[in-house]
Write a protein that binds this ligand. Structure first.
Ligand SMILES: Nc1nc2c(ncn2[C@@H]2O[C@H](COP(=O)(O)OP(=O)(O)OP(=O)(O)O)[C@@H](O)[C@H]2O)c(=O)[nH]1
Ligand SMILES: [Mg+2]
Ligand SMILES: [Zn+2]
Length: 360
């Protein structure tokens, strides 16, 4: 066991205390393939399945082990697998609302059903690298959503605008990003042409776990490979769709650099639906929130009312109209999510009460 080399620290040690002396071992999840988790203890690699008891206890997506998690497992004689008994509490994690599988259901023109579950993308991370591509796919509103989720993750966010070699108006992009990513460092690099990559290395320290997030094709895996260095290039899956050697990442993977830092490369997220309480916007929309509550009327809708601080701020160029619109959209999205979750909680507790009634 060489746990410290893969991110073990006092936080996990304390939580592992309950499991010590019970024949259980800690390990970090490197990846997942179907029902099998690859786990490391810093020396050895194990292949883990969920123990029956643990599987029975959990039912939400967020309760399952995620890449970056520390799990507690038991070895079994003559079995090629180890058995995961628990996930240790997460120090930080990046999550989103789980996308709806099988498409959305639309009833009377309104999206109904769908998921109210949280999906963990990467766990126990120190830094979140939000990657955007400085090519035709650049999407500022997506980056704005990543920023909200990154602030909510408990890790330090950094924005990387990759493919600077393809872009002639870099400053324009930086300016746009700066207006939605308050106080977050923005780096412009090219992973493929090795431009300005040293600025990124300056943000990465030994024992850091960093997660790379962003749309498909922005260059997350190219950056990961650059960071890992040529000597440890990893194998990549060839895209099934094209078969032309396009390397599309299909599942998150934690990779360990000999210098001691760890990188979690993730598949491009097609949907970046928000997860959290409405107050998670406090950090990412500080600029907008500064004007809220300053209108003449406390119930101001920020439409046509006189003395509206938001309208004034827009007129004075303090915030853009688009930025305020984004705030409203993200707030609505979270509000609806949490209303639905509360309703489900009420239904659940009613069901539980009924069950109890039947039992006694
Ligand atoms: N011109 C240029 N192309 C780049 C750069 N970085 C990556 N690419 C190319 O962009 C394409 C996508 O890169 P990937 O690293 O696979 O992107 P990804 O974000 O991992 O994509 P998914 O795994 O699908 O989420 C590849 O063809 C890369 O060669 C860059 O700095 N400049
Ligand atoms: Mg990739
Ligand atoms: Zn107002």
């Amino acid at each position: 066991m060489n746990l410290e080399t893969v991110g073990w620290n006092l936080f996990f040690e304390e939580h592992f205390y309950h499991y010590k002396n019970k024949g259980l071992l800690p390990g970090r999840v490197l990846g997942k393939n179907k029902e099998i988790y690859t786990i490391t203890d810093g020396d050895k690699t194990f292949y883990g399945k969920l123990s029956g008891k643990f599987r029975y206890k959990i039912n939400l997506s967020k309760d399952f082990p995620a890449v970056g998690d520390w799990v507690v497992f038991q070895t079994k004689e003559n079995s090629p697998f180890v058995y995961i008994q628990a996930v240790l509490p997460r120090k930080s994690y990046f999550s989103r609302k789980q996308p709806i599988s099988g498409g959305r259901k639309i009833k009377n023109g309104v999206i109904v059903g769908g998921s109210t579950e949280e999906q963990i993308i990467a766990s126990n991370i120190d830094k979140v690298l939000i990657i955007g591509g400085l090519d035709g796919d650049f999407d500022i509103r997506r980056i704005e959503r990543y920023v909200t989720l990154a602030y909510n993750s408990g890790a330090v966010p950094i924005i990387i605008l990759n493919k600077v070699d393809l872009c002639e108006e870099v400053d324009l992009y930086i300016e746009q990003v700066r207006s939605v990513a308050l106080g977050i460092p923005i780096l412009t690099v090219s992973a493929e042409k090795n431009i300005n990559m040293s600025s990124l290395l300056g943000h990465i320290h030994s024992a850091d776990t960093i997660a790379l997030l962003g749309s498909s094709g922005v260059g997350k895996s190219t950056i990961t490979n650059f960071l890992l260095g040529e000597e440890i290039q990893r194998k990549q899956t060839i895209s099934k769709a094209t078969g032309k050697g396009k390397h599309t990442t299909t599942s998150a993977e934690l990779l360990i650099h000999p210098l001691g830092y760890m990188i979690i490369d993730t598949p491009g997220l097609r949907e970046v639906q928000l997860w959290g309480e409405e107050d998670i916007l406090e950090e990412s929309f500080k600029d907008v929130i500064a004007f809220l509550g300053k209108c003449k009327y406390s119930n101001c809708n920020h439409q046509t009312e006189s003395g509206c601080a938001i309208k004034e701020a827009i007129k004075d160029g303090m915030i853009s109209e688009k930025r305020f619109e984004s705030y409203q959209n993200q707030f609505d999205e979270l509000y609806k999510l949490n209303k639905k979750r509360t309703q489900l909680d009420i239904q659940m507790s009613k069901k539980q009460k009924q069950r109890k009634l039947f039992r006694f």
